[in-house]
Design a protein around this ligand. Sequence first.
Ligand code: FAD
Length: 288
Amino acid sequence: MNKEIYDIAIIGCGPAGLSAAINASIRRKSIVLLGGELCTPKLQKSPLVSNYLGLPEIDGRTLRDKFLRHTRSLDIPILQEKVESVDRSEGDIFSLQTKESEYQARTIIITTGVTVAELVEGEREFIGKGVSYCATCDGPLFAGQQVAVLAFTNEGIEDANFLADICSKVYFISGGGLVPNGLKEVVEVIENQKVEAITGNEFVSEIKIGDRALAVNGVFIYRETYMPAQLISRLNLTDNHINVDRLFQTNVKGVFAAGDCTGKPYQLAKAVGEGQVAALSAVQYLDH
Ligand SMILES: Cc1cc2nc3c(=O)[nH]c(=O)nc-3n(C[C@H](O)[C@H](O)[C@H](O)COP(=O)(O)OP(=O)(O)OC[C@H]3O[C@@H](n4cnc5c(N)ncnc54)[C@H](O)[C@@H]3O)c2cc1C
């Protein structure tokens, strides 16, 4: 565990997260900036950005490099670690768990973007009741039981292999064209099939894939972007967007959110602006 208690932890290093980071850094707050892929796969996919003020006709990759260069010029390190869960310990300090380490902070800014993948029917209903996004956190709860892993990223392959050591059966369903290389032999791979629904009564008991129904107690899901409810369960949401006020405060004291994760329109200038306001609000919260 990293012993430092940071003023602000920023989860996500897309445009909103980087904007929050540079503003918090200019206001001399200590920050830890945690992200998945460096400054968002979205920008890299954009061949032409024509609506960003002052930089007409720029391609997404060049704009991304400019954002990163600006961030690095302020000596802000970006840790390429994904936050898997957030807890609040005694004394109002937040603990952020990644696969690699644990970080502590007085405030949090969530800038995780939105997931473009459709949620599976039943997914939201069974979060914490069989649906999980982190085998390291929840895998041991399913020791000796049957589970399914639905993976859109390589992280799912790693975690399926871990689950194979402790569960009686692991089904691996690859999504979004993910090639399921490197899985242990005991893992049963299901390719090119759509997951129709996750069902059960109080807890998950089945996953429906095509015309098959597999009996499972747990379903582990891996996407590039985490759902906000995965990180902090008490967050108020509307249509899976985090509810914020004009200061980009959420309903949880000390937690702010900015960018696509707060709602439409999904646009760069909005993300950058919201990241700035969220950072200044976090600074104000810390100073008072
Ligand atoms: C193809 C394409 C073209 C586009 N073109 C334009 C355009 O021309 N103009 C325009 O204004 N907008 C455009 N957009 C929209 C724009 O890219 C988004 O609005 C913007 O990237 C949102 O920024 P964000 O920081 O909120 O989220 P994102 O860019 O989605 O960044 C979120 C980051 O958080 C990380 N993350 C997620 N979960 C975690 C976690 N648990 N722990 C750590 N990190 C995490 C992700 O890996 C990602 O790097 C386009 C989008 C696409 C997909």
